[in-house]
Design a protein. Structure first.
Length: 336
């Protein structure tokens, strides 16, 4: 008998339809395209294989709603350059990575899949779930921005997530609000300027709310102990994020020695004031590329104070893992 979507299924699959198939090969091809090369096998049971998925794109993050009719096991030998946060909605299963098994229990437990390590999932018959995918360069840039450091790379997350308290519960509530709003139709949350900032909010909730190897760098006591001079310097740089600022100008504006300012940045931001400011300007350029389809890459670069376009492209790729043009094309493809 063909599978018939229930009312709850119709509410689950929010966003643009991706696939609805009983072909294992088609399901594997789509999953490998969305995430990483994967093998999927139905486990023994009475239910035939069937897979359905939809997708909502918000700035740098993708939210995929998926469902399997039969119990399945999926395995990826090498997760590529993205993090996946899995929230089970109906039924459950388990996630395995780096020698750790994390149960997937609707309303209680979820999991994070990190790059550069094998991962496996076992999902029960009738499983429905949500996966939030964040590209590694985007997560790394957000982490370094929050931590005020550079060159540390992305943190390593615990595999299992508690969805009942702390950051896990906050993330579920935020996700539910977004999906309910989009489900209702005519949502402004998918408009590019709103979506880009909403994506930042979701990524920051993940970084601040979920345990990982860099959690200690985001703790509030650390911020409180930072010198007032550093905070004033950051405020000045933020107010002038559309142009370069020299050490001499910064020192004059703050009424402090350039050497003292540089020492504060090295101690608390692991970068010089100029390097720190340049990274913030690159982040501003990325936000503008994602928010406005009308402005060219050249216009955005110049508006952020980058007059050497070749150097801008090189630094942008090193920071975000793609060229400015690729960011623009991906944005247009998502919203075209």
């Amino acid at each position: 008998m063909p599978y018939r979507a229930s009312t709850s299924d119709a509410r689950h699959f929010v966003g643009a339809p991706l696939i609805h198939t009983r072909s294992l090969d088609e399901a594997v091809q789509l999953q490998s395209t969305l995430n990483s090369p994967v093998r999927v096998e139905p486990l023994r049971g009475r239910e035939p294989f069937e897979f359905r998925a939809s997708r909502l794109q918000l700035g740098d993050i993708g939210i995929v709603m998926s469902g399997y009719r039969a119990e399945i096991r999926a395995h990826s030998a090498h997760v590529t350059q993205q993090f996946g946060l899995v929230v089970p909605v109906r039924k459950g299963g388990e996630s395995q990575q780096s020698g750790t098994t994390a149960p997937l229990v609707p309303g209680l437990r979820g999991a994070i899949v990190s790059p550069d390590a094998p991962a496996a999932f076992t999902l029960g018959a009738g499983y429905r779930g949500i996966q939030i995918s964040v590209a590694l360069p985007a997560l790394r840039a957000s982490f370094e921005s929050l931590a005020g450091t550079s060159g540390r790379g992305a943190p390593r997350f615990d595999v299992g997530i508690d969805l009942t308290r702390g950051g896990g519960a906050s993330l579920v509530r935020l996700l539910r609000h977004v999906l309910d709003d989009v489900r209702g139709g005519s949502s402004v949350l998918t408009a590019p300027p709103v979506a880009a900032r909403l994506a930042d909010t979701i990524v920051h909730t993940i970084l601040i709310g979920l345990p990982h190897s860099g959690s200690h760098l985001l703790a509030e006591p650390r911020r409180a102990s930072e010198p007032a001079l550093l905070r004033r310097a950051e405020e000045y740089l933020a107010a002038n994020a559309d142009r370069p600022v020299s050490t001499t100008e910064l020192a004059r504006a703050l009424g402090a020695s350039g050497r003292v300012i540089a020492a504060a940045f090295r101690a608390h931001r692991d970068a010089s004031p100029i390097a720190f400011h340049r990274q913030r300007r690159l982040e501003l350029a990325r936000r503008r590329l994602l928010e406005s389809a009308e402005r060219s890459v050249t216009e955005v670069a110049l508006a952020c104070g980058f007059v050497h376009l070749g150097r801008f492209s090189v630094e942008y790729r090193a920071r975000f893992g793609e060229s400015p043009s690729e960011t623009r094309l991906r944005h247009r493809g998502t919203n075209g």
